[in-house]
Ligand binder design. Structure first.
Ligand code: NAD
Length: 539
């Protein structure tokens, strides 16, 4: 019922219900909207303002987003969307997505059918709110995550707004604060048992395929165990992927491909001799480490030899196979070649491993101290340091410090955005391992190729295409990721690689595209993209 009510009042937005002033000009109004946005002093207010603008004038909203990615993405997505989620029940203004509640079990198909653009549905981002960013179980407050990701699909890959379906599965929450909040928007109950949730998800996915036959489902911010479980459960029978698992791995692999090239050039070491130390071995750390095996395999190593190039560290120190009670997900990279006393200090670990790259996924703010960075620099003319923990308040080292402490030699990418800065008359531009680089292109390529599923090679090829998408200026400046303002160009290149990978794996459903040459296909992909003021796309 809740979902139906939400859908029923989803009115078509209109810019003006009264007559605008005689001197009204679109260009001035654009500037006015940007000025209004910039006049807001806190992120949440900016988020609320942009949300209102989207409701009043979606064309203007998407056009501003497209032209001001660097400024607006951190508001609509991480980090500000985190605030929006935490406060969602209080800032809620209007329905903007589809809630499917645990009480809808048994009639999910019926509820999905109430969506006003069923035939146009192409991409759904689905969260159950159980692990929103690093903020925990936010229950039904998780919807802005789906809305935000889909805004990035629209801006970044030219998916038509009416083809996007933001979904929050309202299954209860384990966070008492929300259950006690009189304004909480979701159902007031604890989360279901694993068995009940499995039944719900099986019914949900079958109903999604029924109601939206052309849809790609992107799972987002499920609790770690469920994220892996449902990806495994559905990836071979539905067109779906999980951005936290596959998107993150792919975007870090891409940055690492470029970083390793720069570091190996400076040290003279072959790429296969890159040695990667992961500080943090949670789901993100181990997931990214597994994706980085591809780096070594692409360069000719076997899986076994690739595994030997990766070391992992958790709160107890270097992870070794002889440690008692080692959690299952940590066993894969546990070292069998270390025999000394437990190594617990990061500098000792760096001196033992002599890594070329230090990747942080630990949530430990400032864990990469000057001494740690110095130790990396002592072993490498150009150390690779990727502090990937989000948001900035959890980041292992700030960009300016890493640059300063390495005298400008660090090859850097972070999980959160940092701003460029000047040092000794040189501009330093930080890389950001932002999933936004990759998922719009994966989605676009999957839709265009009409693939029945999203394979590992489609994701890997997306990653390689992103790494190769640097233009001459970006290469000259030694960036590891391209600039975000070229996102459509990048997404088109990624989509092309994804289409080709789908064809190679024979999961594609658009046989005609097999005979189109790469250049022509790239142009075709760009032509399909929706532009706020342009012709309609097919998506
Ligand atoms: P998690 O809590 O599951 O894992 C944290 C890991 O860090 C654990 O292995 C823990 O033992 C280790 N750790 C904690 N304190 C430590 C210490 N003092 N010394 C050494 N290790 C320590 O978290 P997660 O889901 O794996 O995510 C980790 C971080 O990665 C988060 O901040 C998340 O935002 C970030 N992340 C970034 C991206 C991206 O940049 N694209 C994507 C996904 C996750």
């Amino acid at each position: 019922m809740q979902a139906q009510l939400a859908v029923a009042s989803r009115a078509t937005p209109k810019l003006f219900t009264r007559v605008p002033p005689p001197n009204f000009s679109n260009a001035t109004h654009r500037a006015r909207c940007l000025a209004q946005l910039r006049s807001k002093t806190n992120g949440l207010e900016k988020y609320i303002y942009l949300n209102g603008l989207k409701e009043r004038d979606p064309t203007l909203f998407y056009s501003l987003l497209y032209d001001n990615m660097r400024e607006m993405v951190p508001i609509l997505y991480t980090p500000t969307v985190g605030d929006a989620c935490q406060n969602y029940s209080h800032i809620w203004r209007r329905p903007e997505g589809l809630y499917i509640s645990i009480g809808d079990k048994g009639r999910i198909r019926e509820v999905l059918s109430t969506w006003p653009h069923v035939r146009e549905g192409r991409i759904a981002v689905v969260t159950d709110g159980s692990r929103i960013l690093g903020l925990g179980d936010l229950g039904a407050n998780g919807l802005p995550i789906s809305v935000g990701k889909l805004d990035l699909y629209i801006a970044g890959a030219g998916i038509r707004p009416s083809s996007t379906v933001p979904i929050c599965l309202d299954l209860g929450t384990s966070t008492q604060k929300y259950l006690d909040d009189p304004l909480y928007i979701g159902v007031r109950r604890p989360r279901p048992s694993a068995e009940e949730m499995d039944e719900f998800m099986i019914e949900f996915m079958a109903a999604m395929k029924d109601v939206f036959p052309d849809l790609l489902v992107q799972f987002e911010d499920f609790s770690t165990d469920n994220a892996f479980k449902y990806l495994d459960m559905f990836r071979n029978s539905y067109r779906c992927f999980n951005d936290d698992i596959q998107g993150t791995g792919a975007v870090v692999l891409s940055g690492f491909l470029n970083a390793a090239r720069l570091s190996s050039k400076a040290s003279g070491r072959p790429l296969t001799e890159q040695r990667i130390l992961f500080f943090g071995a949670g789901s993100a750390g181990v997931g990214v480490a597994k994706q980085l095996l591809s780096f070594f395999k692409i360069n000719g190593l076997s899986e076994e030899d690739a595994t030997k190039q990766i070391w992992t560290v958790d709160s107890k120190g270097l992870i070794t196979a002889d440690r008692k009670g080692l959690q299952e997900h940590k066993k894969f990279f546990a070292r069998t070649d270390y025999e000394g006393p437990p190594l617990t200090n990061l500098i000792d670990i760096i001196n033992y491993v002599q890594p070329t790259a230090l990747l942080g996924l630990s949530t430990m703010r400032n864990a990469f101290t000057k001494d740690v960075v110095d130790a990396m620099a002592a072993h490498n003319p150009r150390p690779i340091i990727f502090p990937l923990s989000n948001p900035v308040s959890l980041c292992e080292v700030d960009y300016e410090d890493a640059v300063e402490w390495t005298n400008g030699e660090v090859i850097f990418a972070s999980g959160s955005p940092y701003t460029p800065f000047e040092r000794n008359a040189k501009t330093f531009e930080p890389g950001q391992g932002n999933n936004m680089y990759i998922f719009p292109g994966i989605g676009l390529g999957t839709l265009l190729s009409k693939s029945s599923r999203v394979t590992d090679t489609m994701v890997e090829q997306a990653s390689i295409a992103l790494a190769q998408s640097l233009n001459e200026d970006e290469k000259e400046k030694e960036l590891v990721y391209p600039r975000l303002n070229r996102i459509r160009d990048i997404s088109a290149k990624i989509a092309l690689a994804v289409v080709r990978a789908a064809q190679a794996a024979s999961v594609d459903g658009s046989p005609a595209l097999r005979h189109v040459a790469d250049n022509a296909l790239l142009e075709y992909i760009k032509e399909q993209m929706w532009h706020p003021n342009g012709p309609k796309s097919r998506f």
